[in-house]
Structures are given as structure tokens and as C-alpha cells.
Design a protein around this ligand. Structure first.
Ligand SMILES: Nc1nc2c(ncn2[C@@H]2O[C@H](COP(=O)(O)OP(=O)(O)OP(=O)(O)O)[C@@H](O)[C@H]2O)c(=O)[nH]1
Length: 468
């Protein structure tokens, strides 16, 4: 290795180490089509000097070809990326972008503003600390604004920045800003209180995005970037309740048995008394092993292998918690469910439900009510359609650890998977455990067809009529 490349490697290591130590903020941008999301993200990256010169040159040349901003450089082109996608008119699914400033590193989940929004937002937002909700200053609060705010609240996002954009088109009017702020405050009254910030902004010109604008002398708050860099998020993570979903049991030889997984919440230390669920058997943490050596304690987000002092039976899908924690195990729960499939959900149809590392068959036993995300009104329905959000009762075949999502986002969330296609068709957030009950049978017809086909394949000598 030449001296120069050694130097570069050292620089890269130092750079990575420096970034590694910074706190990570995950945020989501949402707005109706054309509110200026792409322009805003481009502006954030540009003004915090996160764009390389060659990319800028490419954008400048694209602006003349495809831009919508005349003489001004069209920063949306930077974000919208693939030209083909832009020509198609929509961007599908969530795009993640990474950048960092001197203070923090960031992951932006950018969800497009078209019909599939609910699904995409639910997918992108479930791990987000903060949501930026864009409002076009000319139009004020829209139906989409209500929907985004509702979903952000449902997903337990604690910080919301209401970015009142395109202020340049309303002459940076303070009264217009105040009017929109007030109507937002009215709509958010019935939602879980999030920490709210309102910022008057022009993403196109850069006012109050990274730098404080001279064109809003009446605004004494922070710029969006200042908020992103300083908002307090450490206390949002559940540091109290230790939860360790076992992903894999590692038994390379008879002398070693380790339980691998990622700490979903809380802290565990060597010597802690723990119990495995659902069995309830207890033991003591003997060691916490990682790729880089052993640790005395492990925190939320760390991928580790635990070894225990006693040989207790633990398998994939089990949850390790502290021995004294009061833990609700149940096969019935109430939950918010976001339905993401074109095929409607009918109570009684069997699906797979995945909670952390545990997968169990189950059914939605009952739809209590559906929430209209535009008006927040509740209605009784016998089925759920694409993008519907409802409060449902879930009945599972096996007991799972049920944490309320608002208390523990890592273990309170679950997904619903179609058995035959293996596609995720729903995202759920547990509200509360209900008393366990004997599993009801549900509609197993598809499952039975599948099972019978397997039986016929492997035991062709059996009389098909008897089983089918
Ligand atoms: N005058 C003005 N125009 C803006 C501002 N922000 C964005 N625009 C323009 O609004 C239009 C839409 O901006 P985009 O950033 O593409 O909007 P978007 O929300 O990302 O839209 P989709 O990607 O289609 O969902 C573009 O023509 C932008 O140049 C602003 O602050 N002021």
C-alpha cells in the first residue's frame, strides 16, 4: 500500500469514527404533490454543503432541460434522481437518503404524495423521530395535511415540524403564516400531543431552511436545520424496558450456546437476572458477546449474542426480558391496523402475524371501527380496503409478548403477511393485550388446500379422497 493510500485510509477511518459518534436523527418528509418536498430536501443538502460539485453541475444542466424553476437551479432534480422516474410522474415507495452535519447524522425517509401514500408513510415512518409536514402557503391546511398528521401521530412520532413553504409566493406575510399555524393547531387538537414547530420557509430560495432569512424579520424561531440538529430525541427511545427478541440460536459446539439478536429496547448487563418468554424460565446473563469482543452491557440498537448461566430452552422468536419485568403474554390484542393490500381484509381470514422475531398464524377477529383519516370520524365496517386504518381485535394461534406501541415502538409494532404470497399486507400497532382465549379456528380453507397439495406430493399412495 502506498504512503498516500495509507493516509487516505486513515482519513476515512477518522471520518467514519467521527460520524459514528454522532447522534442519528431519522426524519420523514410529507406533503401533497408539488408542496416542495424534493426542493426542500435538495435545499437542505445544498445549504449544508452535502452536495458534491459534479452533482451540482449535472443538476444545473438538467435544470435547463427539465427544470420548472426558470433561471433558478431546480434542486428537486437532485432529489428526484432518475429521470425516467420523473417522467413517469410519480416516485413509488420510500427512498432513504443519508447525510450528516457537524452536529448529527440524518436519515430522511422521503415518501411520495400519491395514492399509495398511507402505505408508504406507514412503512417509512415507523422508525422516524420527527416528521416534516409541508404546507403550501398559498393553499394552507389541506386534506392531505390532516391525513399526514393523523398517521404521524398514530405512528408515535414525537416531533412535528410544520414547514409552511412557498412563503415567497405570499410576500412573506406574517398574517398568512399565523392563519395557517392557527388552523393547524385546530386540527391537531384531537391528536396525541407531539412537540410542534412552525417554520415559514421558501425551499426554492432557501429562506429558513438552513439559514435564517432576512425576509421574515417577524420570525424569531429556528431554521429547519437548527431544529433538526437540536431537537431532543434521546429520551424518546424506550430505555427502561429491556426487550431482546431472539433471532437465532448459535450452538457451534456443545460448550457454547448463544442467543443472537438486536436489543429492541432498554439495557442489559452481565449478571442481570433474565427470563425467556413464553416459557418464563429464568437465568443470569453470563456474557454479552459481539464481533469485536465482550461487553459489560448492551443498549438498544446493539446486535449481540447473550450467553446464560443455565441451560434453559430458548428458541428463535422467543423474547428475553428482565426477570422482574411484568410482562403481558397473550394471544389476543386490540390494535390499530393500516391495511396495505388491494385485496380487502375480511375478519376470520388467516394470515401470518410477525411481532419482532416471532411469527404466528392468526386472524383479525373483529373490526371495531374504521377511522376516516381525512375527517377523523369513526365508522363501522365489515371489511378493510386498501389504505384503511381501523381499530381491530386480533386473535393469534400462539401467545406473544404484547407491548403497547405508544410505550414501546420496537416491540409494539407488527406486520401482517399473506400466507400464500408472502407479501406484507398490513402494519399494526398494539393498543393493549386482551385476556388470552382458546384459539378460534378462523377460515383455514386456503391453508388446507396448500396442506393437502403437500400431502399429495409427498404421500401419493394416500387416498386423496380421504384428505381432500
Ligand atoms: N415559489 C416557490 N416554488 C417552490 C418552492 N418550493 C418548491 N417550489 C416549486 O414547486 C414545484 C414542486 O416542487 P417539488 O419539490 O418537485 O415538489 P414535491 O412536493 O417534491 O412534489 P412531488 O415530488 O411531485 O411529490 C416545483 O416547481 C418547485 O420549484 C418555494 O419555496 N417557492
Amino acid at each position: 500500500m502506498s504512503h498516500q493510500s495509507e493516509l487516505i485510509e486513515t482519513d476515512i477511518d477518522a471520518y467514519l469514527a467521527q460520524h459514528e459518534r454522532k447522534e442519528l436523527l431519522r426524519f420523514l418528509t410529507c406533503g401533497s404533490v408539488d408542496d416542495g418536498k424534493s426542493t426542500l430536501i435538495g435545499r437542505l443538502l445544498h445549504d449544508s454543503k452535502m452536495i458534491y460539485e459534479d452533482q451540482l453541475a449535472a443538476v444545473a444542466s438538467d435544470t435547463t432541460k427539465h427544470g420548472t424553476t426558470g433561471e433558478k437551479i431546480d434542486l428537486a432534480l437532485l432529489v428526484d434522481g432518475l429521470q425516467a422516474e420523473r417522467e413517469q410522474g410519480i416516485t413509488i415507495d420510500v427512498a432513504y437518503r443519508y447525510f450528516s452535519t457537524a452536529k448529527r447524522k440524518f436519515i430522511i425517509a422521503d415518501t411520495p404524495g400519491h395514492e399509495q401514500y398511507t402505505r408508504n408513510m406507514a412503512t417509512g415512518a415507523s422508525t422516524c423521530d420527527l416528521a416534516v409536514i409541508l404546507i403550501d402557503a398559498r393553499y394552507g391546511v389541506q386534506t392531505q395535511t390532516r391525513r399526514h398528521s393523523y398517521i404521524a401521530s398514530l405512528l408515535g412520532i414525537k416531533h412535528v415540524v410544520v414547514a409552511i413553504n412557498k412563503m415567497d409566493l405570499v410576500e412573506f406575510s406574517e398574517s398568512r403564516f399565523e392563519e395557517i399555524k392557527q388552523s393547524y393547531l385546530d386540527l391537531s387538537k384531537s391528536l396525541n400531543p407531539a412537540e410542534l414547530h412552525f417554520v415559514p420557509m421558501s425551499a426554492l430560495d432557501g429562506d429558513n431552511v438552513v439559514n435564517i432569512s432576512e425576509r421574515t424579520p417577524w420570525y424569531s424561531g429556528k431554521s429547519l436545520m437548527q431544529i433538526l440538529e437540536t431537537v431532543e430525541i434521546a429520551s424518546d427511545k424506550n430505555a427502561d424496558d429491556f426487550r431482546f427478541p431472539v433471532q437465532f440460536v448459535n450452538r457451534p459446539n456443545l460448550n457454547f450456546r448463544g442467543f443472537c439478536g438486536t436489543v429492541a429496547s432498554g439495557v442489559v448487563k452481565v449478571g442481570d437476572k433474565v427470563k425467556a418468554l413464553p416459557s418464563g424460565k429464568t437465568s443470569t446473563v453470563k456474557s454479552i458477546v459481539t464481533f469485536d469482543g465482550e461487553l459489560d452491557e448492551a443498549f438498544v440498537g446493539q446486535a449481540v449474542t447473550l450467553t446464560l448461566a443455565d441451560e434453559i430452552d430458548i428458541s428463535r422468536g422467543d423474547m428475553v426480558v428482565l426477570a422482574d419485568s411484568e410482562q403481558t403474554l397473550s394471544n389476543r390484542l386490540r390494535a390499530h391496523l393500516v391495511w396495505m393490500s388491494e385485496a380487502e381484509l375480511k375478519p376470520g381470514k388467516q394470515y401470518l402475524f410477525k411481532f419482532a422475531s416471532k411469527v404466528t398464524p392468526g386472524v383479525v377477529a373483529d373490526i371495531e371501527y374504521r377511522v376516516d383519516v381525512n375527517t377523523f370520524e369513526k365508522s363501522e365496517e365489515s371489511a378493510m380496503q386498501l389504505n384503511d386504518i381501523a381499530v381491530v381485535d386480533v386473535q393469534l394461534e400462539q401467545e406473544v409478548v404484547v407491548d403497547a406501541y405508544q410505550k414501546n415502538r420496537a416491540t409494539g409494532a407488527f406486520i401482517v403477511i399473506d400466507r400464500l404470497t408472502n407479501i406484507t399486507v398490513g402494519a399494526g400497532m398494539a393498543i393493549e393485550a386482551l385476556a388470552s382465549a382458546a384459539a378460534t379456528k378462523g377460515d383455514y380453507s386456503e391453508f388446507e388446500v396448500e396442506l393437502n397439495a403437500l400431502v399429495r406430493k409427498h404421500f401419493p399412495h394416500w387416498d386423496a379422497k380421504k384428505i381432500g
